[in-house]
Design a protein around this ligand. Sequence first.
Ligand code: UDX
Ligand code: ADP
Length: 469
Amino acid sequence: MNEKIKKICCIGAGYVGGPTMAIMAEKCKTIQFTVVDIDELRIKNWNEENLDLLPVYEPGLDKIVLRNRGVNLFFSTNIEKAICGADIIFIAVNTPIKTEGLGAGEASDLTWIEACARDIGKYAKNHTIVVEKSTIPVKTAQIVSQILNIESLQKNNQAASNKTFSVLSNPEFLAEGTAISDLLNPDRVIIGGEDQNAIKTLVEIYKKWVPQNKIITTNIWSSELSKLVANAFLAQRISSINSISAICEATGANVQDVSRAIGSDSRIGDKFLQSGPGFGGSCFKKDILNLIYLSKSYGLIDVAEYWEQVLKINYWQQNRIYELVVKKLFGNLKGKKISFLGFSFKSNTNDTRESPAINIARKLISEGAILNIHDPKVNESQINKALNSLKINNQSFKKWHFHKDVYETFNESSAIIILTEWNEFKDIKWVEVIKKMIQPAWIFDTRSLINGEQASNIGFKYWGVGNDN
Ligand code: UDX
Ligand code: ADP
């Protein structure tokens, strides 16, 4: 371990910053880690004694936070103090897609990255290694470097003369729900940059728990691009299998059997072939949009159109499911109750960003349905934010109810839609459930979670994605 590294700061205490620093603190006991955020409530919750209140739900995270918090892991809102004492600063802030202006709908909004870079430029002392962790567009390092230098050279900045920075790219590949094992046993760690000493310093930190042959060093642009491409390829597989799910339904094939058959070809591999309601999460859509924007900005229009199709199929799958529900319920949803099982974009996370459940819920509500929603980890205020901020026909109205008890969602319901593959949904006593529902009682299983044959035997009408026999 490089003995010079005593303090590391991470700006952004979200789904990336929190778990990543918790694991680093666990593995590098001689370094002090401070995770800072402008969001006071978030930091308060990271410091909560009651671990159920941690802002990020991630299996295994609570124990790691408990073991290291107050020892060499700290959560704080004092950004200036954390920056000025740090040898290495990770940037893990949000980078959503721009909603207005140049590149709106495709390019990432770098407002938060810029604010961070300005803070670092202002408060850092001596030599600081700045590491990009957030998902960012290619060439962001260049922008970060420029801002760091501009800020540090402000006339009234006394310590400017001996301030220097090395910017590295070290994209995060953790998937929510499996973040802890992904961080502990990564397939690879990518570090991109120009300053070989800075790269070496970061490699030494990772070597504490990652075998050296899994640490790939490269130039900064390849590193930034690799993150976008990895996510684009994964998303592409999901859109591919979702497109096949419709062919399976039309022909009587079974998409799970097809997935198994093609996945056993070692050249294809069996991961990311699970058909569902479409991909969600904060990364896939954003990264593909970034790739599209990048392609267009280099005049690669056919390339941009190729990747656009991956997103198009993702929307199409969500719409297809919504339309199917309407058709099966006699083309009319007015006043009908629909039970929504799951709201997070996948299981084992409380994250709802880009969850297919949001789009499907919104469309069903616009048809007049009343949704009874249950999710084991998503809370009511998150659903409120996701649905009530969306105006339908220019009106805000509440046509949904949140139920902590899953069995309460089924009262007088006409249909159940399984949107998230939570394990606990497998234990639901369907024999009891059907008694509470209005006939014909439908189950739309967008995750192939339950046994369709058993559901039909109980008396349900069952539709499973890619398996409509
Ligand atoms: C993803 C990448 O996996 C991770 O490497 C990157 O750092 C961040 O983006 P994440 O968004 O957390 O991680 O979840 P992931 O497991 O990749 O799932 C994304 C979406 O695809 C989810 O909505 C999931 O339900 C869906 N999915 C995944 C499928 O529909 N089918 C599959 O076979 C796999
Ligand atoms: P991710 O999934 O990439 O971790 P999140 O939205 O979960 O994204 O977390 C990003 C965090 O970064 C948020 O908690 C946000 O408040 C924080 N943040 C954004 N800009 C700044 C900033 N300039 N300084 C400190 N924290 C910031």
